[in-house]
Design a protein around this ligand. Structure first.
Ligand SMILES: [Zn+2]
Length: 113
């Protein structure tokens, strides 16, 4: 795994980690087909203010099996995710999001069981 990180880390990390004044990204993986989805949250338009931070409501649809993945996430004022409910998928890190895309160079047949 680490050599893949090295390949991709230096080039992409600047772009991905760059401070985005208007929004930020979250990453979700579908439970059913394992497709990964990247979502940009616009602070101004997508977040609803709450007493101690922000709330985000979204129904994510992945691009492989088109499953609906409803989620409600809570963020503190520093926009750190404090709690999230998600159905049909899970939140993943940027590292996880990038990992499998480069570690599957060939499309082998998958066993469906
Ligand atoms: Zn899916």
């Amino acid at each position: 795994m680490s050599f893949l990180k090295r390949l991709f880390g230096s080039e992409d990390s600047n772009q991905n980690r760059k401070a985005d004044p208007e929004g930020f990204f979250v990453y979700v993986q579908c439970d059913r087909c394992e497709a990964k989805v990247r979502l940009r949250i616009n602070k101004q338009y997508d977040l609803s203010p709450t007493d101690d931070g922000y709330e985000w409501h979204k129904t994510i649809v992945d691009s492989r099996c088109f499953q609906r993945i409803p989620t409600v996430a809570h963020f503190d004022r520093g926009l750190n995710m404090t709690h999230a409910d998600i159905q049909g998928g899970r939140y993943i890190s940027l590292e996880e999001y990038e990992a499998k895309e480069v570690s599957q160079p060939t499309d082998s047949e998958e066993e469906d069981g």
